[in-house]
Design a protein around this ligand. Sequence first.
Ligand code: NDP
Ligand code: MG
Length: 392
Amino acid sequence: ASVRSVTILGATGSIGDSTMDLIRAAPERYKVEALTANSNVEGIVKLAKEFNARFVAVADESKGAELRAALAGTGIETGAGESAVTEAAARPADWVMAAVSGAAGLKPALAAVDRGATVALANKECLVCAGDFFMDRAAKAGACILPADSEHNALFQALASGSRDELTRVIITASGGPFRTWKAEDIEQATLAQALKHPNWSMGQKITIDSASMMNKGLEVIEASYLFALSSDEIDVLVHPQSIIHGMVEFTDMSVVAQLGSPDMRTPIAHCLGWPNRISKGRAAPLDLAKIGSLTFEAPDYARFPGLKLAYDALRTGSGATTVYNAANEIAVAAFIAGKIRFGAIARLVEATMNGWVRAGNLAPLSSADDAISVDHKARKLAASLLPEIAA
Ligand code: NDP
Ligand code: MG
């Protein structure tokens, strides 16, 4: 097999870590072109040396000198600042993992898309922000988008059993998070430590909080809509506490095709890394259904998890509403982490921001990264201005 050159954006994060682990398992197959982080110089330097990367960038400009000093004499090029992360994505690698967290991942992901790379997309926020044009732009550039998010990767695999006109709906599963069985009053008061205790998946901090609020599933409904060109009524969410079935596709004959796997991100990432072939599992755990015993399912509860319903509203509204949904959620999660708002206020801030946005007459279709980033910034400002009222 030929050597694949790879770039990992967000290499020091949770998805980055799983990706590096798969590459580590078969080092002869990959050549690392570029690695990026935000500010974790120590982590990125360690990876750069281990994998002999050609280029390393940190988004935090103030860390540039430290990065340069740490890699002096290694022959590894360095860069710092937002543009350096985009430059890393633009360098010629066959395969790019887009695993920056948040809307900050949009420009770098687009840089990889525009040069027609194969892009494993973990960064769901970037698709939610730029859904209006992201997939079109990928098609125009001849880029191949492979969903790394476990549910979407499952749908991608299941969709191969039929054609688009034979599809009747897709189902993405949700673990239900740590508050699945909690009463609304208790969810309202949940602490940061409680929100960070995910029952099945080990993930970065922001997405773990989004799982507890089910905003993550909301982002994923939007992600599925844009990725696969599905309308909101073609996408269902099903609570499945064991997180073994990740996604299912129902076809016109009522056959339902599912993808299963242990809750380990290395499995969907391995699918993206090997695509169109299958690679070895590395250290990912095999699935032992006899040991698991039973798989259970529940309907999602929009009353206790209003953030999920808001995602459907945003999707139906369109014209930047999903960008606003994401931006408001990023502000809300940061405020919750900082102890400024209660857990239950996350969805209220998102709702208030979306309503304020519509009332101000700000809805308009997005056609470029600048449009998406401008809506993102304005929506963050609006969300921040509504914070005191929501916190009270
Ligand atoms: P982490 O917080 O663990 O890692 C984020 C990575 O992005 C780190 O390398 C971080 O660098 C870097 N980063 C953060 N902010 C910036 C910025 N402003 N500019 C450039 N780089 C930045 O996140 P996860 O790995 O959990 O998630 C990454 C993406 O994948 C998210 O969009 C998430 O929704 C998605 N995803 C994650 C899953 C998971 O299991 N973790 C599952 C499915 C999707 P540094 O280390 O220096 O802070
Ligand atoms: Mg997911």
